[in-house]
Structure formats: C-alpha cells, structure tokens
Design a protein around this ligand. Structure first.
Ligand SMILES: *Cc1c(COP(=O)(O)O)cnc(C)c1O
Length: 388
C-alpha cells in the first residue's frame, strides 16, 4: 500500500490526507514514491533555504552528530554560541541577545512571555496575521477560523487592519506591552504592507513605550533579499522572531531582543530542552555561511524581480506581489487550489494560501534555468485550469 493510503489509519486528520509521499530531494527537485519528479517552489513552506540535501548542510550536520548531538540547556556548546554571534552580527546590534527554540510558534511564545516582563499586559497584532498554532501564538493570530474552535484564548489582544498606521495609533495605549507584525503576511497570501508602514509603527511604538516585535519566521534568513525582511524600511524592531529558514531545513527557532529597552529573561524564566541543539545550530551556521559566501541575498532579489516580471505577463494573473523569493501570485479568479493541484500533476510544488493566491518560496539556490522552466510550466498550468 502506498504511504499516503496508510496515513488516515494512524495520523490525526489535522492536515487532511496528503496527495503524495516524497522520498528524495536534491537542490530544488524532489521525487515521490512513484518516481515522479517535482520542482519544489514551496521549499517546505519557506524553510529549505538552501534546498534539499545541500552539501554544506550535510557536511555540517554529519560532522556535528559525530562529535556531540544533544546536551540540554544546562551546558554551553560551540555551535550554539557561534550561531548567536552570527545572528547578532546580522542584526548589526551588539546588544542583541538570542533565545533558541525549535519552531516559529515557540519563538513567538517567548516574545509574548517576554512582553509581560514590561509590566504591561496588552498586545496588538494584525488582522490576517499568522504567528503559530500554540495557544499563545494562536491568540495573536488574526485569522478567525483558526482561532474559533479553541477559545477562550489569551485576553487583552487587539487586532488592527494590517498596513494601517492610523488604526494602530487608535488601538495603542500606555498599557500596550507589544505590537507584533509580520514584515510581509506570508500565510495570508503574501500581503506586502505599504511603504513606510513599518517605520510609522516603529515611531508609534516609541511614542507609547510599547515593544515592537517583527515576526520574521517566514520572511527571515534572506528570503526577501534582506536578512529579516524589514531592513528596507531602515528600522530596528525590539524583538525579531525566526524559525523556518533559520535551521537550513532542520528544526530551529529563535527570539532575538535588540536595543537596551527590551526586557531580558532572568535565569529560570524560560527554556526549551531541544531549543538550539548542536545539530540544528551547526546546520544554521553552515546555511548562513553559504548565503554570505555566495552572495545569495543579492541573487534572491534579482531572482524575485525576474519571477515577478515574467509571472505578471501570464494571462489569468492579476498581480504579483512579494519581495525576493517570497512571492504571491494573485489570480483573476478564485481558482488557486485548482491551480496548485494541477501544478502538482505537472511537476510543480506550490501552495494556495487563499482562494485566489498562489505562494512561491523556493530555495535561494534556485537557478535561472529553474526559474525559467517554472514560469513556462506554470503558465501552461493556468491555461489548462482556465481553458481545459
Ligand atoms: C510558519 C509561521 C509561524 C509558525 O511557525 P511554526 O514553526 O509552524 O510554529 C509563525 N509565524 C509566521 C510568520 C509563520 O510564517
């Protein structure tokens, strides 16, 4: 029996039954159980920043697992401190301090707990935003359908329209502990806020003495052509949360505090047994080194511009939005899930975060030829769904 036919007899149904079973990957190509090959333009949901089976990651992980794999947070280990140093360097802030965990939700949980140390209790987040599935992270997720079955959630949370600084100003008060926003709303269909929005939010948070957290779980680690996805606004948030691309494909999350007004956990106030384990940190170090050495940030910006330019010309595409290699293709009608399914049968992995949007988040190592092949096949796919 095929693997996905066994799925429903043993697995919770929270993902539904997956349509295919993947068994092998190399670069941005993956193969399923039946030997079909796909161009992976979803990248494990913006996670496989260097693609599948990247030699630098394999080498770092293999070397590390032979030396030391898990020690708990009672002891220091070199890959963890090295990674924190690298992340501090990427933030350009010597006061940056890092807490490691395993996922995006956990990184945001850490930020929520940290915000309580200000003595204030209220949080502001954006409609449509996504911050994870645990109770705390879900409480700040502005998507009613995901929240409703699990209420009551945390209290004291205000949701404001994303991209609207005036609405945020109305919601802010001296009781606001933290404002948390994505630099681009990934799960909501790659929604890019207007230019200047993040800067205005920064100024408002300063005015009201609230922390400003950027959830860079999806936009981080070079995906947008910048390290964290907010740099084009020239701002510095108080907190950055990371996961997805951080571990080079391995599970790893981080919460980074910046500046000198952000509170700091005291010993015993927070923790994670597996968080920042040596293997994941070794993979992350290798991925960051590779991105720097191969100048992948610039290449990501160029690749994104190329994709946007070509995708926008496809009949049936209304607009293309995003930054770098986080792209939302807005379709003229609500056929995104049919397009994603057809794309799969044509050998392309993409997903449909909303009814009329297809999301792309390929690995940053994607080649010009792969981009070209993708666009051709994607245009055929849309044509088939619309006219076939
Ligand atoms: C995926 C995502 C999360 C949740 O990350 P998990 O690792 O699934 O917990 C949080 N925030 C954003 C912006 C995300 O895209």
């Amino acid at each position: 029996m095929k693997t996905q036919e066994r799925w429903h007899t043993v697995m919770q149904n929270n993902y539904g039954v997956p349509p295919i079973t993947l068994i092998k990957g190399e670069g941005i190509e993956v193969w399923d159980e039946d030997g079909n090959k796909y161009l992976d333009f979803l990248g494990g949901i913006a996670t496989n920043i260097l693609g599948h089976a990247h030699p630098a990651v394999i080498k770092a992980v293999s070397t590390q697992i032979k030396e030391l794999s898990h020690v708990s947070n009672f002891y220091a280990h070199p890959p963890g401190v090295q990674l924190a140093e690298k992340l501090q360097g990427l933030t350009n802030d010597p006061r940056a301090r890092v807490f490691f965990c395993n996922s995006g939700a956990e990184a945001n949980e850490a930020a929520i707990k940290l915000s309580r140390l200000t003595g204030r209790k209220r949080l502001i987040a954006a409609n449509g935003g996504f911050h994870g599935r645990t109770i705390g992270a879900l409480s700040i997720t502005g998507q009613e359908a995901k929240r409703a079955p699990f209420e009551p959630l945390l209290s004291g949370i205000n949701f404001v329209p994303y991209g609207d600084a005036k609405a945020l100003e109305k919601a802010l008060s001296r009781r606001t502990a933290m404002v948390i926003l994505e630099a681009i709303q990934g799960e909501n269909g790659v929604v890019v806020p207007p230019n200047g929005y993040l800067r205005e939010v920064r100024e408002l948070c300063d005015e009201y003495g609230a922390l400003f957290a950027i959830d860079a779980v999806q936009t981080g680690m070079g995906r947008t052509g910048e390290w964290f996805g907010f740099e084009h606004e020239g701002i510095r948030p108080d907190i950055i949360t990371l996961a997805k691309g951080l571990g080079g494909g391995l599970p790893l999350g981080a919460m980074i505090t910046l500046g000198d007004r952000t509170p700091s956990f005291k010993p015993g106030e927070h923790g994670s047994t597996f968080g920042g384990n040596p293997i994941s940190c070794a993979a992350a170090n290798a991925a960051i080194d590779f991105i720097v050495k191969k100048e992948l940030l610039d290449k990501t910006s160029i690749a994104g511009e190329y994709l946007k330019r070509r995708l926008a010309k496809i009949p049936g595409v209304e607009a293309v939005r995003g930054r770098g290699l986080l792209i939302g293709i807005v379709l003229e009608s609500n056929i995104a899930s049919a397009v994603a399914a057809k794309a799969m049968s044509n050998g392309l992995l993409v997903n449909a975060p909303s009814k009329n949007v297809i999301r792309l988040a390929p690995a940053l190592i994607v080649t010009k030829k792969q981009l070209h092949d993708f666009v051709d096949l994607f245009a055929t796919t849309i044509d088939q769904v619309q006219n076939g």
